[in-house]
Design a protein around this ligand. Sequence first.
Ligand SMILES: N[C@@H](CCC(=O)N[C@@H](CS)C(=O)NCC(=O)O)C(=O)O
Length: 216
Amino acid sequence: MTIVITCFEHSPDGGKGLARDTRVRWALEEVGRPYEVRGVPFPKLKEPEHLARHPFGQIPVFEEDGLVLFESGAIIFHLADRYGGLLPSDPDARSRAIMWMFAALNSVEPSILDLQNVKFAEGDKPWAADRLIVVKDRIEQRLRQLSARLGHAEWLDGEFSAGDLMMVSVLLRLKPSGILNAFPTLAAYVERGEARPAYQRAFTAQQSFNAASAPA
Ligand SMILES: N[C@@H](CCC(=O)N[C@@H](CS)C(=O)NCC(=O)O)C(=O)O
C-alpha cells in the first residue's frame, strides 16, 4: 500500500520546512513508512481535482489505500495510532500526548499564524502596527506558559511523542521572527526536535523536492 502525500509544488518558503507537509513527512519518518509526494501548483489548489481531496483547497493531504485525510493533526494522529512509536502504550500517557497535539494546534499555533497574517497579508492595513503588538504579546504569553511547564524536561511528557512532534513543528514557524530567542528553554526544545534523525530526513526530503521543482 503506497502512501501519497500532497504538498505545494513550490513551497512559498522555498524549502525552509515551514509548510505543513514537513510535519507529516516527519511523522512518516518517525513511524518508518515510505511515501510518495504529489506536488500541486498554487493555482490548482482551489480546482475541483484538489478540492475533492481537501475541501478547503490546502495542503497537506494524505492518501493510503483509499483513505484520504486532510488536516495535519488528523494525519499525524492516524499515523501514530496505526503504526505505533509516536504514542505511549500507557493509556493515560497516550491521552496526555494527544492533549499536547491539540494544545499545539489549538492553543499555540493560532497566534503564530496571526503573526504571519499581520506581517504578510495585512501589513498594508492602517491598524497593522497596533495589531502586531497585540499578537506578539499573545504569543509571548503562551511561550512563557509553555516554557514554565516544560522546565528542564527533555520532552513535554516523558518520552518523545506525537505531542512533541506537533509542538516543535508549530514552534518552528516562529523561527524567522526571532521571538524564540527570548525563550532559551523552548529554543533548546525545538533544537532537540530538529536534531532527531527522522526530522532531518523529512527536512532534507522537502528541501530536495522544492529544489527539484523550483522554476528555472
Ligand atoms: N489546519 C490545516 C491548515 C492547512 C494549511 O493552512 N495549509 C497551508 C500550507 S501550510 C495551505 O495550504 N495554504 C494555502 C491556502 O490556504 O490556500 C492543517 O493543519 O493541515
